[in-house]
Design a protein around this ligand. Structure first.
Ligand SMILES: Cc1cc2nc3c(=O)[nH]c(=O)nc-3n(C[C@H](O)[C@H](O)[C@H](O)COP(=O)(O)O)c2cc1C
Length: 161
């Protein structure tokens, strides 16, 4: 018996966020988002109408690590897999630690036809890790910066109320 395989149902129900873009890395108009799954919308708070014609830069803000983004571009152009994490922002403006793998999907002739990202919200895990680091060294600058980003958002929300 042949099993009917519905790949869209599988993509839509993966626990990781999935984002697919075109391969136009150069210029502000690219890479343009082609598809996001439901887990991605749950992480970011954006729905499909919000991201029509947009690039993943909609997730970026003040504390996004520009060096990491350069590393991402280099990896993709070298046909390598990128893995990294940085601060991104939900539709509400709330910062979260985006952890993602990104790589190209190649067509029959070895040409990149899509970029794909597998993404997750690592804020909770990172908070635990940072709390452990804080116990070892209360002056750890990375740890203090991490908690400062979260505190900044909390206090901005308080003021807005
Ligand atoms: C498939 C894919 C997914 C991406 N996802 C993210 C993301 O989740 N967060 C982010 O900050 N940048 C993400 N980017 C990176 C930006 O789209 C962009 O490539 C990056 O900001 C570098 O370009 P720029 O220096 O012109 O801004 C992603 C890129 C691709 C190709």
């Amino acid at each position: 018996m042949q099993l009917k395989f519905d790949w869209l149902i599988v993509l839509e129900n993966l626990h990781r966020g999935i984002m697919v873009t075109d391969v136009s890395l150069e210029g502000p108009a690219g890479p343009r988002i082609i598809y996001v799954n439901r887990a991605w919308m749950k992480i970011t708070g954006y729905d499909r109408a919000d991201i029509a014609g947009k690039t993943p830069r909609i997730l970026q803000g003040k504390h996004t690590d520009r060096n990491l983004l350069r590393a991402l571009g280099d990896k993709l152009l070298n046909r390598e897999v990128f893995h990294g994490q940085t601060w991104n922002y939900r539709k509400s403006g709330q910062p979260f630690m985006m952890n993602w793998y990104c790589y190209a999907i190649y067509g029959d002739h070895g040409k990149a036809i899509y970029y794909v990202a597998e993404q997750e919200d690592a804020t909770e895990l990172e908070t635990l890790r940072m709390k452990q680091r804080l116990l070892l060294n209360p002056l750890d600058p990375d740890v203090n910066k991490f908690f400062a980003v979260l505190a900044e958002y909390k206090s901005a929300r308080k003021q807005a109320r």
